[in-house]
Design a protein around this ligand. Structure first.
Ligand SMILES: Cc1cc2nc3c(=O)[nH]c(=O)nc-3n(C[C@H](O)[C@H](O)[C@H](O)COP(=O)(O)O)c2cc1C
Length: 338
């Protein structure tokens, strides 16, 4: 399967839920939630893409870096490159039934493992959604990271223990869905968490705890203070609130607050290897990718996921050579043009 064919198949299977645009930037699908778009005017999604486009890379070729190091260690996991799959739930509802929840999770968890990285799996109003992720990661010897909605703290702990029993190397909570209507409509309470509640979850679980959906330096500092192991700088792909900044705008403030004391992951609008390198230069340790991996899974199943990730890793490698960057663990902010 090649790139063009994968995208053509995805476009036809989505039946309009995603147009598979030449640039996935949130314009054609603005307001389509459920669907693949951003909330309201789609501004948060668009800001993710435009914030990244606003940074430019310094092209440097007088150096000796021809074999850059992409392999890295994140939260105790050895990854072939610092790119993971973002958690995606509600396949049937958001993707016009292009794939079942199980087909999606299994393509992504297995595809990621095959290329040497890891997928996060989602949660939602239907409890089956979380369990599907658990089943898929069990099938891959625990190689997956389940992300739990900000439910009541004791329920989060129960689900985290289920993830641990399945062999997961970490678990997450997408705290930015604190006002998610789909959950409340289904009678499942979600809400914001205090610093003490985060500390309570951390204290009562034993695998690394990732808080996903942090956009502010003070929230990042509170997570650090609560003993959280990692944050994902994220606005949920622009799906939870209109008019937030792009994640690449928020990242420098957060990296400054964290001072290397906690792992920083980020997602939102990352579309190629150059975007990955920009996020690393701005202070992230690794990135998550959402919609491009959805396109890969819908267009080519596990093979499509591998295609997307290998292509992005290849572009990252080239961008490292062309900026003189030796190692993904030590990306200088001097590769960004100010
Ligand atoms: C259809 C769809 C479903 C999603 N479901 C979840 C989910 O269940 N849990 C979660 O933490 N994030 C979820 N997200 C957000 C993604 O994990 C990620 O933050 C976002 O897609 C990153 O932006 P990008 O798509 O521009 O790469 C979802 C996003 C989309 C587009």
């Amino acid at each position: 399967m090649d790139w063009k064919e994968m995208r053509k198949i995805a476009r036809s299977k989505f039946r309009g839920a995603c147009r598979v645009c030449p640039v996935c930037d949130g314009f054609a699908c603005a307001g389509e939630v459920p669907g693949m778009g951003g909330a309201g005017s789609g501004t948060s999604f668009k800001n993710n893409v435009s914030a990244l486009a606003g940074y430019r890379l310094c092209l440097r070729t007088v150096h000796a870096v021809s074999e850059p190091k992409l392999a890295c260690r994140i939260l105790g996991m050895d990854l072939a490159f610092p790119i993971m799959a973002a958690p995606i739930g509600g396949g049937a509802m958001n993707m016009n039934g292009a794939l079942t929840e199980m087909e999606y999770a299994s393509a992504v968890v297995s595809g990621c493992r095959k290329v040497g990285t890891i997928a996060m799996t989602g949660d939602g109003p239907d409890p089956e959604l979380f369990l599907t992720g658990i089943k898929c990661l069990k099938a891959e010897n625990g190689k997956g990271i389940p992300v739990i909605k900000p439910r009541e703290t004791d329920r989060i702990i129960e689900l985290a223990k289920m993830a641990e029993a399945a062999g997961a190397p970490a678990f997450g909570m997408d705290i930015d869905t604190a006002a998610f209507v789909n959950m409340t409509k289904a009678g499942q309470k979600v809400g914001p968490k205090t610093r003490d509640e985060l500390a309570y979850i951390k204290k009562n679980t034993s695998i690394p705890f990732i808080v996903k959906g942090i956009m502010m330096a003070d929230d990042a500092a509170a997570c650090l203070d609560a003993g959280v192991d990692a944050i994902v700088v994220s606005n949920h792909g622009g799906r939870v609130m209109d008019h937030t900044p792009g994640t690449a705008e928020a990242l420098p403030y957060i990296a400054d607050a964290v001072q290397g004391k906690m792992t920083i992951l980020i997602d939102g609008g990352i579309r190629n290897g150059g975007d990955v390198l920009k996020m690393l230069a701005l202070g992230a340790d690794a990135v998550l990718v959402g919609r491009p991996i959805i396109t890969g899974a819908v267009g080519g199943g596990m093979e499509g996921v591998e295609l997307v990730l290998n292509r992005m890793a290849g572009e990252l490698r080239d961008a490292m050579v062309l900026t003189g960057t030796k190692d993904v663990a030590a990306v200088s902010e001097d590769i960004l043009w100010y």
